[in-house]
Design a protein around this ligand. Structure first.
Ligand SMILES: *[C@@H]1O[C@H](CO)[C@@H](O)[C@H](O)[C@H]1NC(C)=O
Ligand SMILES: *[C@@H]1O[C@H](CO)[C@@H](O)[C@H](O)[C@H]1NC(C)=O
Length: 687
């Protein structure tokens, strides 16, 4: 017995030892895969984010930055341009005015569909190649307080543990020079720039102490880009003034002492068909002393038709007459905003702030709270900065690339160098601006504004950095508040899927919709100076909007009959632009006929007529089907309106004897299948 026992034990011990060993090795393997590379560690220890020019392109912004800003964008890992691509002249019905060198431009020209767009890309690319297109330098008109660009302060001793200039560090093995370092430090808004060890550039906010000053000959290493000049030495640094003063954003007052009132222009830029939500938004902000200026995308005639009636009823609501078709990230967005501002300035409204909103924004504080806050801060301008390292922001945002907008697409055509002399800033595109600043921006263009308008005409997501950059470089620089009054719902994993690839040559992220489970996030903003949140989409989740309304003081919800219901137009008979989804209409017609058949069988003879409207209907955030409003004829010659409610079936059974089955087998790609799947779903409906 003992022998047997021992034998079994022995067997198990072997087993045990083996499995412990295996587990051990697996752990090591796992651990290895989590250890950051040595490089990462070194950088962190130094306390700097360091990178050289060459590095930058390879750094994946996605991996390194998880800050909060509004629209985050990452370069498309693009296979667009293979090396050595030549422009296929035979596809052009014009002769290019120059030889296009940029591979990205060639790719864009090939991909553009119309000759007009191809020619626009060619024309602008040629102008840029001629290198007189963009301004090389622009003025910074922020008061300089005696600081001078490039003024040499001397050679100073630096310490590894306590850097003299601690705002930025970069290593430029071949391009470092006084000018290059000044260019970078000005761009990032620092008052001091210093070069060290030949290739290093530092920027900082505080002047070096006199005690650290050395004899000039201790800065004895040549600048890689200009060997006739010295770029510091071993822990010695030549330091210069950039001409800027230390930037301090304004801290807004939180209490309105003198009880002043404030008038706000709500600049609504709308798109889509969420009419009920637009009404709800206007309702939540409406007071007779405020104004609404509404720009509706040129393609959205439904929303325009439905909102134009407001102009007649309310003298403080105006719709933009000049309408633009804007695209995500497009240059047209800025144009639209500036035109809208110009337009309402001419209306002679008396206002103190303009706040930019869309149908997916909603207030998260009462209007009275917002009024109180803004009344205490008249004259200030609210924007939000990216709050990170400027060189990285420029890369991430694609500010160093030229984009051309045509065919409702932003084509990327190549690299560009931003002008020297100005601070580059940006972050989010939700703003609250003061009248003097808006008048300045849309008024007569000085050198700064005309230069910036050329740059921003060819910039991705221009509204996200134009106003910031103008503020930082104009005499309005001391009215800058680093708060755009908005909270956004960022969930990067969900929001960054390159979902705009079809409209821009770039990968952009968008914030996510607020849902019921995000409620704590909104609640947590209660003590902060945040007054709006985005995005809300009632067709996705309306409960959160109901809650927010209660939160900001609506207490009449119990009076509403169908608080949890939501419907949104899918089709309207007056739509000018034919619905892109023709199956929807065909479908509705067939359901209306089917309905008539049923009614006829029940001795109610009707003859279905034109479909007036189709609405998608949800209740308690669950899709309940579509509502078809249609005319019908009833004997003798009566026209009545009928609404039919139908719901698509949830499940689809594929009949593989069906002739379409082959199609599915051949085109196995997920996408095709999904499309087909949906098509079939729509077909299999019931009343
Ligand atoms: C491009 O430039 C040519 C020559 O200057 C001009 O004739 C043409 O109209 C321009 N086309 C576009 C689309 O800008
Ligand atoms: C204004 O709001 C719209 C939202 O529709 C946004 O896309 C746009 O970029 C905003 N612009 C500014 C300057 O705030």
């Amino acid at each position: 017995m003992a022998v047997i026992l021992r034998r079994i034990c022995f067997k198990y011990t072997k087993c045990l030892v083996l499995s412990v060993l295996i587990a051990f090795f697996i752990q090591i393997l796992i651990a290895l895969s989590f250890i950051p590379s040595i490089n990462d560690n070194l950088l962190k220890r130094n306390g700097y984010v360091s990178f050289s020019r060459q590095d930058v392109g390879e750094v994946s912004a996605r991996k390194n930055y998880y800050g909060y800003s509004d629209d985050e964008d990452f370069p498309v890992n693009n296979k667009l341009s293979k090396p050595g691509t030549l422009l296929r002249l035979e596809e052009l019905d014009f002769k290019p005015i120059c030889e296009i060198k940029s591979r990205e431009a060639i790719s864009a020209i090939h991909r553009a569909k119309t000759q007009n767009c191809k020619q626009q890309i060619v024309n602008i690319t040629c102008l840029i190649q001629g290198s007189n297109f963009y301004p090389k330098t622009l003025p910074n008109n922020c008061p300089h307080e005696g600081k001078t660009y490039g003024k040499y302060l001397g050679c100073y001793v630096d310490e590894k543990k306590m850097r003299l200039l601690s705002g930025f560090y970069g290593n430029y093995a071949s391009t470092n020079s006084h000018e290059n370092c000044l260019y970078i430090c000005v761009q990032a808004g620092f008052p001091y720039a210093g070069v060290q060890y030949g290739s290093e550039c530092f920027c900082g906010d505080t002047a070096p102490p006199i005690s650290a000053k050395l004899a000039d000959d201790l800065c004895d290493m040549k600048c890689p880009a200009n060997p006739s000049k010295m770029c510091g030495g071993y822990f010695t640094m030549n330091i210069f003034e950039t001409g800027l003063t230390k930037f301090l954003s304004r801290v807004p007052e939180s209490i309105n002492v003198n009880g002043e009132s404030v008038k706000i222009v709500f600049l609504l830029t709308l798109n889509g068909r969420a009419l009920r939500q637009v009404h709800r938004l206007i309702n939540s902000l409406y007071r007779t002393n405020h104004y609404f200026y509404i720009h509706i995308d040129k393609r959205q005639d439904y929303l325009h038709r439905k909102l134009i009636v407001l102009e007649k009823k309310f003298t403080n609501i105006r719709l933009a007459k000049k309408r633009f078709s804007t695209i995500w990230g497009g240059a047209s967005l800025l144009k639209m905003l500036l035109e809208s501002m110009k337009d309402f300035i001419e209306l002679n409204w008396k206002w103190d702030f303009v706040i930019n909103l869309s149908e997916s924004d909603f207030p998260i504080k009462s209007l009275e709270d917002l009024e109180k806050f803004l009344a205490a801060n008249k004259g200030l301008n609210f924007v939000k900065s990216h709050g990170r390292e400027v060189q990285r922001f420029i890369k991430k945002q694609g500010l160093d690339k030229t984009f051309i907008e045509c065919e409702t697409h932003m084509w990327r055509v190549g690299e560009r160098k931003l002008p020297s002399g100005i601070v580059i800033d940006g972050g989010s595109d939700w703003i609250a601006l003061s009248p003097p600043f808006v008048s300045y921006v849309v008024g007569k263009k000085d050198e700064l504004l005309s230069g910036l308008s050329i740059i921003f005409k060819h910039t991705l997501l221009p509204a996200e950095s134009f106003f910031h950059t103008v503020l930082r470089n104009s005499h309005f620089c001391n009215t800058y508040v680093d708060n755009n009054l908005h909270v956004t719902n960022w969930k990067r994993k969900l929001g960054c899927k390159c979902q705009y690839k079809h409209v821009v040559d770039w990968c952009g992220c968008s914030p996510n919709d607020f849902r019921t489970e995000d409620w704590p996030r909104i609640q947590n903003t209660q003590d902060r100076q945040l007054f709006f949140a985005r995005k809300f989409e009632p067709i996705i989740n309306q409960e959160i909007i109901n809650r927010v309304e209660q939160f900001i003081g609506y207490n009449d919800h119990y009076l509403l009959n169908n608080l949890e219901g939501y419907w949104q137009s899918l089709y309207n008979v007056d739509d000018l632009t034919a619905s892109s989804d023709d199956t929807l209409l065909t479908h509705a017609e067939s359901i209306a006929r089917h309905n008539a058949k049923i009614l006829t069988a029940e001795d109610c003879v009707i003859d279905p007529d034109v479909i007036v409207e189709i609405n998608s209907y949800t209740h308690a955030d669950i899709y309940k089907g579509n509502l078809i409003l249609h005319k019908a004829l009833i004997k003798p010659n009566h026209v009545i309106m009928l609404e039919t409610w139908y719901k698509p079936k949830k499940h689809l059974e594929l009949n593989f004897e069906n002739r379409y089955a082959d199609y599915i087998k051949i085109r196995k790609s997920d996408y095709c299948f999904k499309k087909f799947h949906i098509q079939m779903l729509k077909e299999q409906t019931m009343i």
